[in-house]
Design a protein around this ligand. Structure first.
Ligand SMILES: CC1=C(CCC(=O)O)c2cc3nc(cc4[nH]c(cc5[nH]c(cc1n2)c(C)c5CCC(=O)O)c(CCC(=O)O)c4C)C(CCC(=O)O)=C3C
Ligand SMILES: [Fe+2]
Length: 421
């Protein structure tokens, strides 16, 4: 067996340890799927969003496809979109990310096109794949706009890609892999560290000379709630990462490292306050719950958390949307409208930190992730053990998803970029 890189295995899983979470070496096929590949195109894979009032209902029908949710119910969710003219910012953000990724590759002398396709809106994945094939591409590396392990954020995209291959009749013609989940990659984490530090600095100033940031402020790391039944099955089946599964464990590990780094960064012109930042209390909370009220989802909801903190005398909250890569509708509505209003009602000072978006560190980080996987003359590290940066003890995460990883709660479907099934 090749030792090209430990690409399929988290750092915590030292070679030779029998109890490696999620490692199934016996199921590896003949050709190690973790070996570098001469990819000929990069595919940015995202959720998609409506771009006008007429798009809103068709978009929501796509999102909830196969679940028979009546339009009247969808119209309840639609009002978030309607409020902003029926336009989600997510597509524009992805166009900007696509262009930034292309420019980063060009500046490194890597001649690969960055294509773009969505799960729920134009440009759809099937169209992107059809165009890629027509342009002569055969080996595609997907970069998904979701950093964590969950059904929605990982396996569902892998199923969507397999479905797009099926729909276009290109299964067997096109090979599609995906870069590892990058929740703890420095490119994803660093923009949040900067944002938290700046927000805590302003919060510190706001609290004034009588304030004590470690007593009066609280950092709320927030991510998308998911049903508890799919949280527990997120990540490899035998990972044993607790009731919230890999999804919860990854978010907690990221929050931990952000807090430690926000306090550790240099303290120019802050009068020494940054050293206290690591001691500010924090919690992981959830947003955007949907589905039947009887189905348990991850809690607490961010609004309930803000109210509870207010009861305990907390005067300021810093909201950090670590679950998302851009300031899309879930951020604009659920945080900037709803959570901010809750904080305001309670008379609290509140700030919402930016998501990575097209932060240069994030763009560089995503292209570093591409280069980890690329066998080409332009990648000096390709084909040899390459650096796989990861800031938490959980990572670096798997390049190739383990069998049964992030199980589909409704059905078993074909999926790319994983070890079968
Ligand atoms: C984990 C996760 C992420 C993060 C990972 C990732 O980024 O993928 C995410 C992202 C997003 N979710 C988004 C929008 C929606 N999500 C919905 C529904 C749901 N999301 C879920 C989970 C997640 N969602 C779940 C378990 C459901 C229940 C129904 C189901 O099991 O599918 C619904 C249906 C209506 C509703 O139920 O509220 C909408 C409209 C947008 C677009 C925003 C924009 O337009 O700017 C984005 C980026
Ligand atoms: Fe969602």
């Amino acid at each position: 067996m090749t030792t090209t890189n430990e690409a399929g295995t988290p750092a915590a899983a030292a070679p030779g340890t029998g109890a490696v979470p999620g490692a199934h070496p016996e199921t590896l096929p003949d050709r190690d799927p973790r070996s570098p590949v001469a990819y000929d195109a990069i595919l940015l894979v995202s959720f998609g969003g409506p771009e006008g009032q007429d798009d809103v209902l068709p978009f929501l029908r796509n999102v909830t496809r196969g679940r028979g949710i009546p339009d009247e119910r969808l119209e309840e969710v639609a009002h978030h979109y309607r409020h902003f003219g029926g336009v989600s910012p997510i597509n524009e953000q992805n166009r900007a990310l696509q262009a930034a990724l292309q420019e980063e590759l060009r500046s490194r002398g890597v001649d690969l096109p960055v294509l773009w396709g969505n799960r729920n809106w134009d440009p759809y994945l099937a169209d992107a794949i059809r165009d890629a094939h027509a342009a002569g591409h055969r080996k595609i590396l997907a970069v998904v706009t979701s950093a964590y392990s969950s059904y929605s954020g990982c396996r569902q995209y892998r199923e969507d890609l397999a479905g797009a291959l099926e729909e276009t009749g290109l299964a067997g013609e096109l090979h599609i892999d995906k870069v590892r989940n990058y929740f703890d990659h420095p490119g994803f984490v660093t923009p949040f560290v900067e944002g938290v530090r700046e927000a805590l600095q302003r919060t510190h100033d706001q609290l004034g000379p009588d304030g004590d940031i470690t007593r009066d402020a609280h950092v709320l790391f927030v991510t998308h709630s998911i049903p508890t039944s799919t949280a527990v099955t997120s990540g490899p089946p035998d990972a044993e990462l607790g009731e919230e599964g890999a999804y919860g464990a990854q978010h907690r590990a990221v929050a931990d490292v952000i807090m430690a780094s926000a306090g550790a960064m240099s303290d120019v012109g802050t009068g020494g306050s940054a050293a206290q930042f690591a001691a500010v209390p924090w919690s992981l909370v959830y947003q955007s719950r949907s589905g039947a009220p009887t189905t348990p989802w991850l809690e607490p909801d961010i609004n309930d958390a803000i109210e509870a903190l207010a009861e305990h005398g907390t005067k300021a909250v810093v909201i950090v949307p670590i679950g998302f890569v851009s300031d899309h509708m879930e951020v604009m509505w659920d945080l900037d409208e709803e959570a901010m209003e809750t904080a305001q009602e309670k008379g609290m000072y509140a700030e919402r930190v930016a998501t990575p978006g097209v932060h240069p560190e994030f763009v560089r980080g995503l292209i570093d992730l591409v280069q980890e996987r690329l066998a080409s003359p332009s990648n000096p590290e390709g084909g040899t053990p390459c650096s796989r940066p990861a800031l938490t003890p959980l990572g670096p995460w798997y390049d190739v998803c383990r069998p049964g990883c992030c199980a589909n709660p409704r059905a078993v479907k074909p999926a790319v970029a994983g070890l079968a099934p």
